[in-house]
Design a protein around this ligand. Structure first.
Ligand SMILES: Nc1ncnc2c1ncn2[C@@H]1O[C@H](COP(=O)(O)OP(=O)(O)O)[C@@H](O)[C@H]1O
Ligand SMILES: [Mg+2]
Length: 360
């Protein structure tokens, strides 16, 4: 089957991110702030990261020094921002918050850095999207706590060195593999967040229900947990939507049938796949005969950015055995065909996928 991008039906290029969109917006940020764990002890799951980070922070406290720079990586909604805030609060210091795309010039970064006090935590979200010159300035700041601020242009330009008090940089990225080596190497501690198990999401949902004053029975929260796509942000969002449903269509209690009916209504399937996940699998199987197909082509087919497909849909699909990333492109597994109610082609054999073909 040959494929031409211009054959694509524009109407299909709708956006799939709604109820299970992994980014938070406006109102949701306020709710999220209320539900965020405030200490490492309150963090559910991510046991290894929590233990390791706890040790890094405790050691720094005993030495009376700012902890090493920390890099947090993993798909959206798994707790990167939460952990950054916890690092600052556990150290009892202020958190300065910015993001890669917000730092367009090295001067922006210099301004932020020069306003830091000793021990402060600087959180740079989406650190892989920082501009090149800012990135280079950051190397120096991380290593030597110093930056060169360039004044003027051309031959008359002078670099004025600026000392910065020792601080802790916490970087977050959805793709650690995209960070340039020199930047990655300057982090003393790197943590990769994994999708959560259903029982962990269940604990998160129970805690959120308590904080929001939602009456939910265990079978109800378990159902929401199993459809939350391994992601706390989605778990909290589904809880709120199921609560709406319970209040309007039932007696306000989140029970198993209420959770089921609500989630069916919102098109969140049994395994937690959302519309984008299904669209990706659907395109892969129906349009491309199961692949292999390049990720860019796949992204066009579902009307999404390549980054969204790679950073949002794929990690979950790969982790759940629906999709394989191979050097020749993406391939649907038999489980993907079956999930869509299709028969896998008889000759479907998966290539060996070890050693890992992708970094993250
Ligand atoms: N380990 C966790 N335990 C409990 N709640 C969590 C955990 N991780 C994330 N959350 C919840 O999920 C929401 C999204 O987490 P966030 O840190 O903003 O994710 P990220 O920055 O990785 O996109 C937070 O509001 C928080 O309430
Ligand atoms: Mg975040």
């Amino acid at each position: 089957m040959t494929f031409h991008e211009e054959d694509l039906d524009e109407a299909e290029a709708t956006h799939y991110r709604s109820l299970t969109a992994v980014d938070a917006d406006g109102d949701e940020r306020a709710v999220e702030a209320a539900l965020r764990p405030r200490t490492l002890d309150e963090v559910v799951g991510q046991v290894r990261v929590r233990d390791q980070l706890g040790l890094v922070l405790e050691a720094a406290r005993r030495r009376g020094r700012a902890p090493d720079h920390v890099l947090l990586s993993g798909p959206p909604g798994l707790g990167k921002t939460t952990l950054a805030m916890i690092i600052a609060s556990e150290m009892g210091v202020p958190l300065r918050l910015t993001s890669g795309p917000a730092i367009t010039h090295a001067g922006d970064l210099a301004a932020i850095l020069s306003g830091m006090n000793e021990g402060d935590v600087l959180f740079v979200d989406e650190i892989h999207r920082m501009s090149r010159p800012a990135e280079e300035m950051l190397y120096m700041a991380m290593e030597d706590f110093r930056v060169d601020v360039v004044i003027g242009k051309g031959p008359g330009a002078t670099a004025i060195p600026l000392e910065i008090p020792p601080f802790t940089l916490v970087g977050a990225t959805t793709r650690a593999g995209l960070l340039p080596g020199p930047l990655r190497d300057r982090f003393g501690f790197t943590a990769h967040l994994e999708f959560y198990e259903a029982h962990e999401l269940d604990l998160i949902i129970k805690r959120s229900a308590r904080l929001l004053g939602v009456h939910a029975v265990p079978e109800g929260t378990a159902e929401i947990a199993s459809r939350s796509r391994g992601t706390p942000r989605i778990a909290n969002r589904l809880l709120r939507r199921v609560r709406d449903f319970a209040q309007v269509r039932a007696d306000g209690v989140v029970t198993l049938p209420v959770a089921r009916d609500a989630l069916d209504l919102y098109e969140v399937d049994q395994l937690g796949l959302d519309r984008l996940d299904r669209a990706v699998l659907d395109a892969l199987c129906r349009r491309f005969g199961g692949g292999p197909v390049g990720v860019s082509t796949l992204a066009v087919a579902v009307g999404e950015e390549r980054e969204t497909v790679e950073e949002v849909a794929e990690p979950f699909l790969v982790r759940n055995g629906f999709l394989a990333r191979t050097p020749r492109g993406r391939i649907a597994t038999p489980a993907a065909w079956e999930h869509l109610g299709l028969t896998p082609p008889p000759a479907l054999t998966l290539p060996e996928t070890d050693p890992p073909l992708f970094e993250d």
